[in-house]
Design a protein. Structure first.
Length: 326
């Protein structure tokens, strides 16, 4: 059950990477991977973050985890500014935020056994004795659907789905509150994806976890998320409860994404309006970033950057066309 208490707040976060040229590395520009994102995640909920590849979803996840410092803005976790923490306080905070990586093949050390991979976080944070850690690793392996007798095996002896279960167990080992799931299904076969989704939902219920679920698969996001944020070129362009967003999308980009999702009913697919996005994504100064590709653009779209407005209770959208009532 979703609680109203906010566990995480992201306030106007930006992450820009400099572009350097020449012998002396002169800066000639910046890549705006994340460009002024603000959102909150409530304790116990799953927030889906969707968008095209390269829109900044994974970069935002790394900034939230403290793996990369933001260029501007604040990340507030349980009332504390992540950037202001150092030493033991930062170490304690890192234990409360964990990540499940996208690629189960490259995210596991091939030279370590499964038991050591899962228990490494507990060693780093000084949790329990060696016997207690081993017992907890065995328990976690059972929880995620692995056998304790596989404790001494190496990652290459497991399938892709089993490796992702190892990654999930590793994330849970230190009793986190927030888990950033960074495209955890994209490298898995479709037949395995449903098993991992069900596992994540069961673990959330059992351990009271909060998820930031990053994905480009809208059908998966609709199934697992309580609320959804749509990201385009480093900005949040729409934010709403899951069913509200899927049934009443306000932003043209969101509608185009939803129209691209295959449906099982051919008759329903034939009645859908097809929105074609033809132009390449490009950044524009002081304008709507989606305007060159937008099939529903109005003259105002080229005259200034839109502000995010509430088009329905709890439903926010960054679009001048919505703001002007078109």
């Amino acid at each position: 059950m979703v609680q109203e208490e906010q566990l995480l707040q992201v306030k106007n976060v930006k992450k820009h990477y400099p572009i350097s040229r020449g012998l002396f590395g002169r800066q000639v520009g910046v890549v705006k991977a994340v460009d002024g994102v603000s959102l909150e995640i409530r304790r116990g909920e799953t927030l889906g973050l969707v968008g095209e590849s390269g829109c900044g979803k994974s970069t935002l996840g790394r900034v939230i985890l403290g793996l990369e410092p933001p260029t501007e803005g604040e990340v507030i976790f349980d009332g504390r500014n992540v950037r202001s923490l150092e030493g033991e306080k930062l170490q304690e905070l890192r234990k409360r935020m964990q990540v499940i990586f996208q690629d189960p093949y490259s995210s596991l050390n091939p030279r370590q056994t499964v038991g050591r991979i899962i228990g490494e976080g507990m060693v780093i944070h000084g949790m329990g004795t060696a016997a207690e850690r081993r017992e907890r690793v065995h328990r976690l392996m059972e929880v995620v659907g692995l056998r304790p007798e596989q404790f001494s095996r190496y990652p290459h002896e497991f399938s892709g789905g089993q490796r992702q279960r190892i990654g999930i167990a590793r994330a849970l080992a230190v009793n986190p509150e927030l888990v950033v799931c960074d495209e955890p299904l994209s490298a898995l076969d479709v037949s395995i994806q449903a098993q991992v989704i069900n596992l994540l939902e069961d673990l959330q219920s059992e351990f009271g976890l909060t998820y930031l679920f990053i994905s480009h698969d809208l059908s998966v996001v609709r199934h697992i998320s309580d609320r959804v944020a749509v990201m385009y070129l480093g900005q949040i362009v729409e934010f709403a409860q899951t069913e509200e967003l899927f049934e009443n999308p306000c932003h043209p980009y969101t509608r185009a994404l939803l129209d691209a999702v295959p449906v099982m009913n051919p008759g329903r697919a034939g009645r859908r309006r097809k929105r074609v996005i033809e132009a390449e994504a490009q950044r524009l100064p002081d304008r709507c970033q989606f305007q060159p590709r937008c099939p529903e653009a109005v003259p105002d779209c080229g005259r200034g950057e839109p502000e995010i407005v509430e088009c329905a209770p709890g439903h926010w959208v960054k679009c001048l066309a919505v703001r002007t009532g078109t």
